[in-house]
Design a protein around this ligand. Structure first.
Ligand code: UDP
Length: 314
């Protein structure tokens, strides 16, 4: 297949490009490098089956030649990014989704949208199945991401229904691993970088809020299996991808302190507005449709990520 990956120089996008190339596919990566980084794809540059184009996908997208699949992964994805780039976040989820759907339609290609557990907001149901409609504050500071992705889902479903397009949606829960930015702002990268630098680990609020952390290689396997399966009515509904092992933020901090051997202290900081209190994916659909379950446990995954940051921040 020839696959277009938007956000191809980002954390998830670059891992997807790498795996697609390893599976023998051709890849065109698009990225405006707002939060992406060419360092993430530098090792792919010599591959004749890989092409990188610097482009903002909220503008018209032109790709020459045949395209078999379009994966829309471009977006700021960390809460501090939505605060700094609220309008770009809204635009890439809305205009960018429209443009990437348009490209897929023009090329008669399959489409896959990267959506998010943020569509569930601060959930009143735990774990979250795909049938849960969510509890989102549309006008809060996080709303720019949540609503952009909810709009993106609605737009994708409209193309699926109205144009009969083979469009699929994945809802991605907290994912971590190499190629997160050291200053990304998300909890795993923050805690690891702070621990390695001997700085205090910043716990927002009490640290009793929960998240479920999936290692990036597991996520990529799940998403690519969904991209590659035959069309079916099952895909009328999005599919959650994440690791269902739920833990508190405080527990994560203690784990990272133990694994890095750091003597950093823990410091309390103010809890961001609308920070979800719990989050855990119900992955029974992904397991039933694809036979997928995550395989990398938290200690293995954290050790691989710690190794990456040790090299990155020295
Ligand atoms: N968090 C924290 N300290 C940090 C960064 C994040 O305690 O330095 C908390 C944050 O308030 C949230 C959780 O960790 O409850 C996960 O935050 P992240 O930004 O990684 O992702 P989210 O799931 O909120 O999008």
């Amino acid at each position: 297949m020839r696959v277009v990956v938007t956000g191809g120089a980002g954390f998830l996008g670059s891992h997807l490009c790498e795996r697609l190339l390893a599976l023998g596919h051709d890849v065109v990566a698009l990225d405006n490098l707002l939060t992406g980084d060419t360092d993430n794809i530098a090792h792919l540059a010599g591959n004749p089956r890989f092409r990188f184009v610097k482009h903002n996908v909220t503008e018209y997208i032109f790709v020459d030649g045949a395209v078999d699949a379009v994966m829309h992964f471009a977006s700021p994805a960390s809460p501090i990014d939505y605060l700094e780039m609220p309008i770009q976040t809204l635009k890439v989820g809305s205009l960018g989704t429209h443009k990437t759907l348009g490209l897929a339609r023009e090329k008669k290609a399959r489409f896959l949208l990267a959506s998010t557990s943020e569509v569930y907001g601060d959930p009143l149901v735990n774990p979250q199945p795909e049938t849960y409609w969510g509890n989102v504050n549309p006008i809060g500071p996080r709303g720019v991401y949540d609503e952009a992705k909810r709009f993106a889902e609605a737009m994708t479903m409209a193309y699926r229904r109205y144009h009969g397009m083979d469009a699929r949606i994945v809802r991605i829960f907290n994912t971590y691993g190499p190629r997160m930015r050291p200053n990304d702002g998300r909890v795993v990268s923050n805690f690891i970088v702070q621990a390695l630098r001997g700085e205090p680990l910043t716990i927002y609020g009490e640290g009793s809020q929960t998240r479920s952390f999936c290692y990036v290689s597991d996520l990529v396997s799940g998403i690519l299996s969904l991209l590659l399966i035959a069309p079916s009515e099952e895909l009328d509904v999005p599919v959650n991808f994440g690791n269902p092992e739920e833990r508190t933020v405080r527990d994560l901090a203690n784990k990272i302190l133990a694994l890095t051997g750091s003597s950093s202290r823990i410091e309390a900081r103010e809890l961001p507005v609308d920070d979800p209190k719990v989050r855990r994916p119900d992955i029974s659909r992904a397991t039933r449709i694809l036979g997928w379950t995550p395989e990398v446990d938290i200690e293995q995954g954290l050790n691989l990520t710690i190794e990456y940051f040790r090299r990155k921040i020295v």
